[in-house]
Design a protein around this ligand. Structure first.
Ligand code: SAH
Length: 538
């Protein structure tokens, strides 16, 4: 059991962001003056971004987020922090696996139940985690799995997808102990401290070899909220003002937009999606918290950047909002703001293809990415004749609606402007679970998606209450500790599990959701995974 920490501020932050009308960005923000000295650029990354914007024009939120989180050396996850990391009381936020060991144990158990329900493969099993943080979740999973010999001996490799060199180091220490780490063609590798299972690190899931003979069990906990989003607002075009475009698009962006323009002629009377872009706060403005929600301004550091509405279309605004009927239905609501994460869609598609295979016929081939044609619904032919494996995605975000105004910053357990201290503030956004489900289903003909269900439901179905009782009983009978220590351990166990399933506004039970991608097989019709309304089939 790890040390209990204070409330999860990723969660707190989200509820703060919910003030105001959720679909009207502009109403949420107010200008206010400050007498504090201008400290911009506040970080080395802020300087680099300001210079880049000066040269090429305002940048999409996705570009800003990507740089803030994983820019080499200066991103929030990629910079070096001496003697500390982003997690826990001394860091910026706390996550479920860090709150209670039961979380990782139940995720491990979920993988075991899926493995049983899919016929207990005796070889070719892969465990994968994207964004493993300190490695705590995988460590708790491996400790649990080790007790199920037939499953643990079927595991060939554990793959960890991690962008941060320092977190990769922390994961290696926790999962491999003194076993050395060596460099490989695709990243790094070492050996588990629990058994001789190979542990392989890559920086991107595309580097993990895709092999249709394997059975991948994939987990993503608080990973998708860190993937970049594009933000669009629905505006009525002004006939008097000429379209003003940010300068210099990349070759790729220009191609994407020209493809889209061929597909979709623009209707000059309709509302259209304009992209919200990131630009520096003007030098002589009353700068302190432009674009900072009022609820955050008391403790937010001075932002370097602000959101501006692109006056004309951008390559992304002509493409991404047209990739799903869900976005189209909002087009009639003036000023709606939507967030779209193409990178999240690509990850969900990748998971689906690893589990269900890619569509076999070239005619029905789909990458699952936004804009790619859905596969031929009549065809279930796939490159993987025996679909197998599963993916479990746990994160925060709305169950069915499109995320809006959810970009947030967190620093030192406090909600701050996402435009302040770039690279030193954690930036994240709500996960669009329905978009992930759509991407997975469009990418592979042989997967099905379950959920999202709320975290309390998933964990209660998986037996969190019973496991907590066992741990409490174990602490009761533990020798060699004082009564005071016993009391503290029991309080930590009790507070930890309750917080994970707490359905109140500061708990994690309702805000966090679970989504499962599993094989779609003729013999599994009507089956539901455990935690999503199903049982283990023995
Ligand atoms: N799953 C962990 C950590 C969540 S924080 C937990 O719940 O405690 C997000 C994690 O994703 C970190 O490990 C971070 O370094 C990693 N990450 C963020 N963006 C990434 C990207 N684009 N590619 C790979 N890893 C990324």
């Amino acid at each position: 059991m790890r040390a209990a920490t204070t409330i999860s501020l990723r969660v707190l932050n989200r509820s703060l962001n919910r003030h105001g009308n959720p679909v009207r960005l502009c109403q949420m923000y107010r200008r206010w003056s400050s007498t504090s000295p201008d400290t911009r650029p506040s970080t080395p990354l802020a300087k680099t971004l300001a210079q880049a914007i000066d040269a090429t024009g305002p940048i999409p939120v996705a570009t800003y987020m990507r740089q803030c989180l994983t820019a080499p050396e200066s991103g929030y996850y990629t910079r070096r922090i001496e003697g500390a990391d982003q997690f826990g009381q001394k860091g910026d936020f706390v996550t479920s696996p860090e709150i209670s060991q039961i979380f990782g144990e139940l995720v491990g158990l979920w993988m075991i139940t899926e493995w049983i329900n899919q016929g207990k493969k005796s070889s070719g099993v892969q465990l994968m985690e994207v964004g493993p943080g300190r490695g705590t979740l995988m460590d708790d999973m491996l400790r649990t799995i080790r007790n199920f010999r037939p499953f643990s001996s079927a595991i060939e490799t554990v793959y960890l997808v991690e962008a941060s060199p320092s977190l990769r180091g922390a994961q290696q220490k926790l999962l491999c102990g003194d076993n050395p780490m060596k460099e490989t063609e695709i990243g790094h590798e070492s050996v588990s401290k629990y058994s001789d299972i190979r542990i392989v690190w890559t920086e991107d899931i595309r580097l993990v070899p895709r092999d249709d003979s394997k059975t991948p069990f994939i987990v993503a906990h608080e990973f998708f909220d860190a993937l970049p989003i594009h933000v669009f607002q629905n505006v009525k075009p002004s006939p008097t003002k000429p379209a003003e475009q940010p300068k210099n698009f990349s070759q790729e962006e220009v191609m994407a937009s020209s493809n889209m323009m061929h597909k979709k002629p623009r209707n000059s009377n309709a509302h259209e999606w304009h992209e919200l872009l990131v630009a520096p706060v003007p030098p002589n403005s009353t700068h302190a918290s432009i674009n900072t929600p009022l609820s955050l301004r008391d403790h937010t550091p001075v932002p370097d950047f602000q959101l501006i509405l692109s006056k004309g279309p951008t390559p992304h605004s002509m493409y991404l909002p047209h990739t799903s009927s869900r976005y189209k239905s909002l087009q009639s609501i003036p000023d709606s703001v939507i967030e779209i994460s193409p990178e999240s869609a690509a990850y969900a598609s990748d998971f689906a293809i690893r589990i269900g295979g890619a569509p076999a016929s070239p005619k029905s081939k789909s990458s699952g990415a936004p804009g790619s044609p859905p596969p031929d619904p009549a065809s279930t032919a796939s490159t993987k004749p025996q679909p197998s494996g599963a993916a479990l995605i746990l994160d925060y975000g709305p169950a069915s609606t499109i995320p809006t105004n959810s970009l947030r910053g967190i620093r030192g357990h406090k909600a701050v402007s996402p435009f302040a201290l770039p690279g030193a503030v954690d930036v994240s956004a709500d996960v669009d679970f329905t978009a992930l489900a759509e991407s997975a289903i469009n990418a592979s003909p042989n997967v099905e998606v379950h959920g999202p269900v709320e975290q309390w439901y998933f964990l209660e179905s998986m037996g969190i209450r019973e496991r907590a009782q066992m741990l409490l009983k174990h602490a009761e009978g533990r020798n060699g500790i004082t009564e005071e220590e016993r009391k503290q351990i029991q309080e930590r166990i009790d507070a930890g599990w309750k917080r994970l399933v707490d359905r109140g506004p500061s708990g994690m039970g309702k805000l966090y959701k679970a989504l499962a991608i599993v094989p779609h097989r003729p013999d599994s019709a009507g089956r539901r995974p455990v935690g999503f309304g199903g049982d283990v089939q023995v």
